[in-house]
Design a protein around this ligand. Structure first.
Ligand code: FAD
Length: 299
């Protein structure tokens, strides 16, 4: 019997990490502690989200610009179409180019009233993520990542319509998609087959969400259209008041998920870190990643 890929050394594993911009001084310290812990693992990039409605415009920019300046790791800035004119968004994109940032995660974003409300583009704004991707490409030759939804986006008419929309984002210039998180690998693997059959051939990097807080993540998953299987709920049963065990279980569950994906030939992983390093660091360790001493620490 051949050894499973996850049990052997896979030198070609690549990871990326997602953070959100900090709101307070204490959160900022935690964020940079996490960045400095994870950077030596040599991720392909670290991305920083853009708050709903553009609410974190400045903080996203500051965090990404600091990553770029200190050359800790290649940064990627998330950007949405919400609440700004094309001119304003183009100004943000140009600012990133000038700061040496070359990778943008381009999204439509959610309506200011949250998921479930109808998205109304800004009157002078980009009307959707395809238009945003094309607009960014006009400003500079950025690397552009976009979203992908293995269980389809809650607003899409069907999975096929969703796949057509992803293809349009690729045609507009996207070269990588990062998926919404999912917990059943079968869902992702079937989705990947459908994308390949539909001629979408860019990397579709699985977004991995270690469940730091089961209840909170399950609530968010429901709104985002990501299913939470019963077996997963069972694993966290009775742990609501036991954060320590919950974290160990969360790391174990996510490790099982990524190792199974490795066995299915997946080599790229994007981690939703929630600005915390420890779980993600442990999972990356199991993936065979080790700190590279030459990686510089941020000041
Ligand atoms: P799109 O890919 O543009 O659209 C999603 C689906 O809706 C399409 O596949 C399509 O089926 C349907 N659809 C949309 N427009 C049309 C149309 N005109 N015609 C037909 N069908 C259409 N949100 C933030 O606010 N900030 C972030 O930093 C952020 N980062 C994210 C990172 C990742 C990896 C992911 C997966 C999501 C992120 N989001 C973020 C959430 C995202 O903004 C929401 O899911 C939003 O509702 C959709 O934006 P999108 O770019 O994913 O949608």
């Amino acid at each position: 019997e051949l050894p499973r890929a996850s049990r052997t050394h896979c030198p070609d594993i690549r990871v990326s990490f997602e953070f959100f911009p900090p709101k307070t001084v204490a959160m900022e310290a935690l964020l940079w502690e996490s960045i400095n812990r994870l950077a030596p693992l040599g991720p392909s990039f670290m991305s920083v989200t853009y708050g709903a409605g553009g609410s974190t415009r400045e903080r996203t920019h500051q965090t990404v610009a600091r990553l770029a300046k200190e050359a800790v790791v290649r940064p990627a800035a998330h950007l949405t179409c919400v609440g700004a004119s094309m001119k304003e968004i183009d100004g943000i994109v140009q600012g990133y180019w000038d700061a040496g940032v070359r990778h943008i995660v381009a999204l439509r974003g959610d309506p200011p009233d949250g998921l479930g409300a109808t998205f109304e583009p800004h009157p002078q704004g980009y009307k959707n993520s395809c238009a945003l991707v094309a607009g960014i490409k006009r400003i500079g030759d950025f690397e552009i990542s976009v979203s992908a939804y293995p269980e389809r986006h809650p607003e899409s008419l069907s999975l096929d319509a969703d796949i057509d929309f992803l293809r349009a984002k690729v045609d507009a210039g996207a070269s990588r998609a990062i998926t919404q998180f999912f917990f059943e690998n079968e869902i992702y693997l079937r989705y990947l087959d459908r994308l390949r059959a539909a001629g979408v051939d860019i990397p579709i990097v699985p977004g991995i969400m270690p469940m730091q807080n089961f209840k909170q993540t399950a609530g968010f998953a429901k709104k985002a259209g990501a299913s939470v299987p019963q077996w997963l709920a069972d694993r966290f049963e009775g742990l609501d008041d036991d954060p320590q065990t919950r974290r160990l279980v969360a790391a174990t569950v996510a490790a099982e998920q990524v190792l199974d994906l490795v066995d299915h030939g997946v080599r790229d992983f994007h981690f939703y870190t929630n600005n915390r390093a420890d779980l993600v660091y442990a999972i990356c360790h199991l993936l065979g990643l080790r700190p590279k001493p030459e990686q510089k620490e941020a000041a």
